[in-house]
Write a protein that binds this ligand. Sequence first.
Ligand SMILES: Nc1ncnc2c1ncn2[C@@H]1O[C@H](COP(=O)(O)OP(=O)(O)OP(=O)(O)O)[C@@H](O)[C@H]1O
Ligand SMILES: [Mg+2]
Length: 198
Amino acid sequence: MSQAPADAERFTEFVTRTAAATEALAARLARRLANGQTLALHGELGAGKTVFARGVARGLGITEAVTSPTFTVVQEYPRPDGGWFYHLDLYRIAGARDAEAFGIEDYLFAPDGVSVVEWPERIAELLAPPPGGVARLAGRLVAVYIAAESGGVRRIRLPASWADGLETEAAAVGPAGRPDGARAPLSQPQHRVIRHHD
Ligand SMILES: Nc1ncnc2c1ncn2[C@@H]1O[C@H](COP(=O)(O)OP(=O)(O)OP(=O)(O)O)[C@@H](O)[C@H]1O
Ligand SMILES: [Mg+2]
């Protein structure tokens, strides 16, 4: 069930016990993402990738309903700051060639948006580090691994460089510095963090 990160990057593990806690964690991470960056969400069926994507959307200030674009492959959401949030679900994509034909590269490093990809394994060749993968992706890809356990427990690994301080930060309500959409900060962290799994 758990998938080992493909590279030697250090990861920080968070443990959530509810979908709301996963969403809140993702919303915090979202505040650190800039246009041109892509989040690759790894995890089995039902792991919580769409829940995480919804949290990213919330963190980017999107209020409309976020559901998985399994049949449409991509769903585009305008953000209140003028940028875009692109939610891709590659479950039904046969492989990298299929994805390229669909125009995936326009989303992987869209200069006007943040992208989140469910089932990134479908395009593993494109996401691999150069020289095998798409060179322009280097430094723009953030890998997230979600593993489900019984009772709603999810182990969520984020690259340590992105995870620093996330557990204590107030819930994200929009891109950093946005004063609108304020929501009460969480008084208690809703997840437990286990540092630095390699
Ligand atoms: N701690 C948790 N974090 C996230 N989801 C949780 C958690 N506990 C329970 N769940 C439930 O697990 C399910 C996750 O579903 P979700 O659609 O996000 O999975 P997915 O990884 O996107 O699946 P798929 O591969 O079909 O796209 C939801 O029903 C959610 O309510
Ligand atoms: Mg999904």
